[in-house]
Structure formats: C-alpha cells, structure tokens
Design a protein. Structure first.
Length: 393
C-alpha cells in the first residue's frame, strides 16, 4: 500500500496518485471510489477529483451500482479498455494478416490479404497502410486512439535497431524498416520475428500459460522456433536464436546467399509438397499436406506412409536437437505440425525417449493463425504500460 507524497512538484504528485488510482481499478476490475481511497490511503475528495478527471479523459467509466454495506450503494468504476487501440500485423509467406484490438488485447476487427509476388517493400508498406485504414473504419476507432502496431516478419529481426536482415516475404534487406513504417503509418511500431510473436501469443493466451521454459516449433512456409527461458525470451547475441531452419537435417546442399537452410528446404511445407508430388496428385491450395498424406496412408498408400514417416522422423531430429540443448519443460508443435495424428505424436515421443534423457511435454498449439496477431498486440501492450496512457490522455 503506497502512502502518497505530500510535498514536491504538485503535478508529479498528482500524476503518481492518478497512476495509483488507475492501477487499483485495473487490478480489481470493478471498484468504488471509497475502496480506492482505502487501498491507496488517498482522501475521498482527492480520489473523487482524480476519478472525475480520468472519466473526462476516457480512461475510466462508471458501470453500475455495487453492493450496499449499510448505506447507499456505491457507484462502481471500470477501466475503459475501449479508450485506445493497438494494431498487429503478421507476414507469413505471401500473406499479410492484420488486426486491431482493445487494451485487453481483444480483437475488434481483422483482415487478411494475399501479397503480390515478387515481394516489393514499398508495395508492402502500402498494403499495411490500406489494411490499417480498413481496420480503423471497421472497428470505429480513430487514428488518434491508436497506441502502436506490432509487426511480425520472417527473417532475422533486430528489434533494438529496427532492422531486418532478410525478409523474403517483403523484400527488405538490412533497411531501417521500423523507421520507415513509423513515418508512413504515423504510429510507434515494434518489429519482431514472426515465430517469436506466435510464441508470445501462445505463451500468454494458449498452451504456454503457466510454463517458464518453453520452445515453440513452427513449420509453415519456413521452419523456426521461439525460445522462452525462465519466463524471458532468449534471442541470442544477434537476435538470431531460434533459426532452426538452418539445422543440418536432411540432404546437404550448397546454400546460396539468402537461401533457406537445409532443414527448412526439405521439411517445411513447400519442401514436403515438393517430395509429395509423385504421391499426392490432387492436393488443393490451402489444404494440409500432412492431413492428405495421412488420408492416403490410411487408404493403403505405401509411398504416402513412407514419406509421412520420413517427415515425422526428421521433425523429431529437430526436436531432439532443441531438447538436448535447452531442456524445455514444454515443446509446442505449431503450423503444419498441429495436423500430426495421435499415432504420429506417439512415434515422435517414442523416438525422443530413445534419443534424449529428458523428454518435455509435447502439446499442439491451440491458437492457430491468431497466435502471431495476439503476440503482436501483446508486444505493444508490454511496451506501452497502462500508466503511460495518463501522458496521452
């Protein structure tokens, strides 16, 4: 319980007291002015004046009457989670997925767009601008209410420098992309690796909740991993931790500058589809290659079963490498791996038990395509704590 300052800069004291009031409302969900006064040791007139000001600013709202304790029923206060908004964007392959969310991280609107190929950085920025304009209109929020945007990119991102080493889905290479996005969008931007944001989403809202040592393994148009140790992201000396697509798993090859790694080349979705060309003749765009291989294998296709076993085994090699070095308590299987059937999961667990001394819990991701967007929004919420809204109000 904080005792408010009695002396010093009056504006600073007022801000500290407003921060304390705001935190009490957020912490309790709904609370009366009288209970705020008890919790903060601020006088009731002081609390009432601060609350009235914060209602005018749109940060707090009255939401009804509480239970009586012998006198009049108190009016309850609630944090106005609709006062401001946060945008999130994820690039996955040739697709741009965007959302706008309230201060609880709840999606208010969402849009998805297929990007023109080959990638062009300036066109991508225009797509982001157009998407943001549409989201603001759909959600009924104004640009002035937007606190910032989290953007997930394929490739190695340097969050501190605001650059990305290589992003095949956008065409950006070692450019100050964060600065360019902020100038064009007119809001603060946080960039990060797409799989890191998927990891964060699953960690704060999905199967990662309650765990402190987590590795999120993703297979899609690429292969990557997000690493959380002791509840903190591990990014490495040059923020390239988790680039497991470069593991030497699969037939060796000479990697050209900017090309995919060995593991990613052969066992990402495009790599598997290339191997399945002689097995799956009717694979539709958007279909799961693993689901189709499972269906063909169950129908008696030896080639489908052989390829499926080969994919599972090589994915398991990657898991074994991760587990033997990082010893996570939870390994989250995501992307195309969520389509592994029970028999496949059992095989992978048996292989891992044979290969490594300590096998973590294996769980499939539960948030699907929302994971990256949830992570993008949460990254901005973390960087823009609720008390900073007092400066914006």
């Amino acid at each position: 319980m904080r005792v408010p300052r009695k002396t010093g800069n009056s504006k600073l004291v007022k801000k500290l007291n407003k921060e304390e009031v705001l935190q009490q409302v957020i912490q309790h969900g709904q609370i009366s002015r009288a209970d705020i006064s008890k919790q903060t040791q601020l006088s009731r007139p002081c609390v009432s004046a601060l609350v009235d000001e914060m209602i005018q600013e749109g940060l707090l709202q009255e939401v009804g009457m509480g239970d009586s304790r012998g006198g009049r029923k108190p009016i309850l206060l609630e944090y106005n989670y609709q006062a401001y908004a946060i945008a999130g964007a994820i690039f996955e392959g040739s697709t741009l997925d965007m959302t706008i969310a309230n201060l609880k991280g709840e999606f208010m609107a969402r849009c998805r767009k297929r990007l023109a190929q080959p990638a062009n950085g300036e066109r991508v920025i225009e797509d982001l601008v157009a998407g943001l304009t549409r989201l603001l209109a759909d959600s009924g929020m104004s640009h002035e209410q937007l606190l910032g945007m989290g953007v997930g990119l394929q490739g190695v991102t340097q969050r501190g420098q605001g650059t990305v080493s290589f992003s095949p889905s956008t065409g950006w290479m070692d450019s100050p992309i964060q600065e360019a996005l902020e100038a064009r969008l007119g809001v603060p931007v946080i960039i990060d690796n797409d799989v890191n944001l998927m990891t964060l989403g699953e960690y704060v809202r999905g199967v990662g909740v309650g765990h402190t040592h987590v590795v999120y393994m993703y297979v899609g148009t690429g292969i990557g991993a997000g690493v959380i140790l002791d509840g903190q992201f591990y990014r490495g000396s040059r923020e390239a931790a988790g680039e497991i697509g470069f593991m030497m798993i699969g037939p060796e090859q000479n990697r050209r500058n900017g090309a995919s790694g060995v593991f990613e080349t052969h066992y990402s979705v495009p790599g598997i589809m290339q191997q399945a060309e002689g097995v799956l003749s009717d694979l539709q765009e958007g279909s799961s290659v693993i689901e189709e291989l499972i269906l063909h294998a169950r129908a008696g296709s030896v080639k489908a079963q052989t390829l499926l076993d080969d994919v599972y085994r090589h994915w398991a090699y990657g898991m074994a490498n991760i587990v033997s070095i990082l010893n996570p308590e939870l390994l989250i299987l995501s992307g195309e791996m969520v389509h592994i059937d029970d028999e496949g999961v059992k095989k992978i667990q048996e292989w891992l038990t044979e290969w490594v001394p300590k096998v973590p819990c294996l769980k499939k991701a539960t948030l699907g395509e929302q994971a990256g967007l949830i992570g993008a929004v949460h990254s901005v919420l973390e960087a823009f704590p609720s008390t900073r809204l007092l400066d914006k109000a």
